[in-house]
Design a protein. Structure first.
Length: 252
């Protein structure tokens, strides 16, 4: 069930036992005229995917959710919703972890790490129809289990919070999203959103490597610019990165 704050803000919920992916369920709902502010949650997926079409393993016991938003903002601002979603996810998991939440960090652009290991990933997709922007935010959180065959460390919530459940995390996440989205939607709202995200950022001030279409680029991660682009100090000067994969663990 959604949290009280989410329901008060007009968000609704559909729960499925098994789907191909919640992202595709959200897209199907959009095709059928769904007005938005709709959470779609599945107990399992058989065609879950992450960024760049990567497969996302989806065994029962973890959270698989997508949020459909219709006309949430101007198209140029849509990438900022990824930071809003990351903060909401951090808030929700921190609520269930208690003191252990000190080890939570947000990895640019879309992962939540616990003790340096990946616990969750986010996927943001947008499209324009009849001049209106529609956005689907997908979220997968390891609650009861995590994959063991990944090129990076992974972990799951119950390892440190045995009482955690899909239901408890969904309630916390939906409420956290409603609060964070309301803050961001205020005039100048990306300022506090950006500051809050940076307070929780992984690898800030460290040398990182970003995989770009033209090849890997290394430099010191110094922050986010006022529009949300990653700031990287390289040997040849400052670079602003719109999108890419940040290596952690052993680059693949």
């Amino acid at each position: 069930m959604l949290g009280e704050a989410a329901r008060a803000a007009g968000y609704r919920l559909i729960v499925r036992d098994a789907v191909g992916s919640t992202m595709e369920e959200a897209r199907r709902a959009l095709d059928q005229g769904e007005p938005g502010r709709l959470w779609i949650v599945a107990r399992s997926q058989n065609a879950g995917r992450g960024r760049h079409g990567r497969q996302w393993g989806s065994p029962p016991g973890n959270l698989y959710a997508s949020l459909l938003l219709t006309d949430p903002c101007e198209p140029a601002l849509a990438p900022q919703l990824g930071f809003v979603a990351g903060l909401a996810l951090h808030d929700a998991v921190a609520r269930l972890l208690g003191p252990a939440a000190a080890a939570l960090r947000l990895k640019w652009p879309n992962d939540l790490l616990l003790g340096g290991a990946k616990m969750s990933g986010l996927l943001l997709e947008g499209e324009s129809r009849a001049g209106r922007l529609n956005v689907i935010l997908g979220c997968g959180v390891n609650i009861a289990s995590c994959p063991s065959d990944t090129p990076y460390p992974a972990t799951y919530l119950k390892a440190l919070a045995p009482e955690a459940s899909v239901e408890a995390l969904l309630a916390a996440l939906s409420d956290a999203w409603a609060r964070r989205f309301a803050i961001w939607s205020e005039p100048g709202g990306f300022g506090p959103t950006r500051a809050a995200w940076l307070e929780r950022a992984a690898f800030l001030g460290e040398t990182i490597t970003i995989r770009l279409p033209e090849g890997p680029l290394s430099g010191r991660f110094t922050g986010l610019d006022p529009t949300g682009r990653l700031e990287l100090e390289t040997e040849t000067g400052r670079r602003l990165i719109d999108a890419g994969d940040l290596f952690f663990g052993q680059p693949a």
